[in-house]
Design a protein around this ligand. Structure first.
Ligand code: HEM
Length: 457
């Protein structure tokens, strides 16, 4: 049984929505109550906004250089400001839109070509497709490049990113008992080092090459995020970011942009195939709002409320990770009626919040309608933390707009472009939809073009 499972089982047995578990020297505080989650991330946010100093985070972040893993302090503030002001602002997102458009067209073309070569219907590995697409989107925005150099290399790179994702902050022994880290008893250190080396090889090469181009005078115009990072200046006119910071921030953005959107779209497709009436309703929404004579564009996504409700339901029921990124307290605090000592590691449970039976009716049922609010626009966030998609507060995701756009656009293009049918051998079983399990089997789904031939870019 994995650590996240026994923590949730323990809390269920104790009938509690907050617990304190001692791991090594650390008080670990898992939380499944939205009210308490709001107290941690809103009322007491200033105390609970740091991150743990631990082996896995230090390895992945090259010593806490970029924003996600950095403990509270000047480095975090600097990198967060860079992201918010220069990369994820509305203006930057608009500037980078053609790159996302290119990828939205590319995915249609990619699946269409496969279908044509395989007599109209083709089984698509949805996990691979969604992961590669998200990797392409963020790579295009950062490097102006699509995936990588050859298929083997591509697979290695994407797999390495997911290994990093799986192993950082993952209850590794060295994270809680640092004096044992030299022995690497559970093998996590070696796995992380390997995956980090694989991703760094590519990133280092691209970043070094681009810096050289600017130095040699072979580049004059900023064309993507990497150029922005390289050209940012401090108040004295010196580079704001050093080379290590740039490389680490690039890696972090790639990690952040691939896992959540690809997981949400794969799950939404899985659920839609399991309940075809849901897919039908989503397609009807398309046909009404966009029609079949043109391809859906980013500007239209806000109007696709049912499609967004489906994605939101996947974030609620099938989060990519059991827990939110850990928050560490920088002082003693009393939260509700609980005393939380300084240095505690608060783990808001994405699974436990989204499936809390006190909060959600039929919590294990995939019911997108629960997110529809009359005529109001559906957003993928939940400000009351009844589910945790983008989180909130100082450490909340700075990329709500970009993350929502990548996810919704991907699902929208898949639904608009193709008719999907159930996989030949249905993978639905209790272990997939069971209470605290995450799915390990990729969804394989047959696709058939649904639009006229000239619509495919
Ligand atoms: C559907 C897409 C996404 C979801 C659901 C999501 C969700 C999250 C969550 C839950 C956190 C942790 C918040 C906390 O600690 O309380 C986070 C942090 C973060 N996300 Fe996202 N994210 C998404 C996409 C992205 C993208 C596309 C980027 C950038 C390219 C990004 C950049 C970050 C960064 C930098 C942090 C760390 C913030 C900090 O510690 O100050 N995310 N995200």
């Amino acid at each position: 049984m994995q650590a996240f499972e026994w923590i949730h089982k323990l809390m269920e047995e104790m009938n509690t929505e907050i617990a304190c578990i001692r791991l090594g020297n650390v008080h670990v505080i898992p939380v499944t109550s939205p009210e308490l989650a709001c107290l941690f991330l809103k009322e007491h946010d200033s105390i609970f906004s740091s991150r743990p100093i631990c082996m896995s985070a230090s390895l992945v972040s090259n010593g806490y250089l970029a924003s996600t893993f950095a403990p509270m302090g000047d480095q975090w503030m600097k990198m967060r400001r860079v992201l918010a002001s220069h990369v994820l602002s509305q203006t930057s997102l608009q500037w980078l839109r053609p790159k996302r458009d290119e990828e939205a067209d590319h995915i249609l073309r990619f699946i269409y070509n496969q279908c044509i070569n395989q007599s109209s219907t083709r089984i698509i590995n949805m996990r691979k497709l969604t992961r590669y697409h998200c990797a392409n989107v963020i790579k295009n925005m950062i490097f102006s490049k699509r995936l990588f150099v050859n298929e083997d290399e591509d697979e290695k790179q994407v797999n390495a990113l997911f290994i990093l994702f799986e192993y950082f902050h993952s209850f590794g022994i060295s994270d809680y008992l640092p004096w044992l880290s030299a022995f690497d008893l559970d093998g996590h250190t070696a796995i992380l080092k390997n995956a980090f080396a694989t991703t760094s090889k590519y990133i280092d090469h691209e970043v070094d090459k681009r810096i050289q181009m600017w130095k040699d005078g072979n580049k004059f115009v900023e064309e993507d995020i990497l150029d922005v990072f390289i050209m940012l200046k401090d108040t004295n006119g010196n580079p704001l970011l050093n080379v290590k910071e740039i490389k680490d921030q690039v890696l972090e953005m790639m990690l952040a942009a691939i896992d959540n959107p690809s997981n949400a779209v794969e799950w939404t497709m899985r659920e839609m195939l399991n309940q075809p009436n849901i897919m039908q309703r989503a397609i009807e929404e398309f046909d009404t709002i966009v029609g079949s004579n043109r391809l859906v564009q980013e500007t239209e996504l806000p109007r696709l409320n049912y499609v967004k409700a489906c994605i939101k339901e996947s974030f609620r029921l099938h989060p990519v990770a059991a827990f939110n990124a850990p928050h560490v307290s920088t002082n003693d605090a009393t939260v509700g009626k609980y005393f939380i000592p300084k240095g505690s590691l608060v783990l808001l449970s994405r699974l436990g919040l989204g499936r809390n039976p006190r909060v959600w009716e039929d919590p294990l049922k995939f019911k997108p309608e629960r997110h529809l609010l009359g005529d109001g626009e559906v957003v993928l966030t939940d400000s009351e933390l009844r589910m945790l998609s983008f989180s909130t507060g100082r450490r909340g995701c700075p990329a709500v707009k970009l993350g929502s756009t990548i996810t919704t656009m991907l699902l929208a293009r898949l639904l608009q472009g193709f008719a999907w049918s159930s996989p030949p051998k249905s993978p639905y079983s209790n272990d997939v939809f069971g209470c605290y399990s995450l799915c390990n089997k990729p969804l394989l789904a047959p696709a058939k073009p649904r639009l006229s031939k000239d619509m495919y870019p």
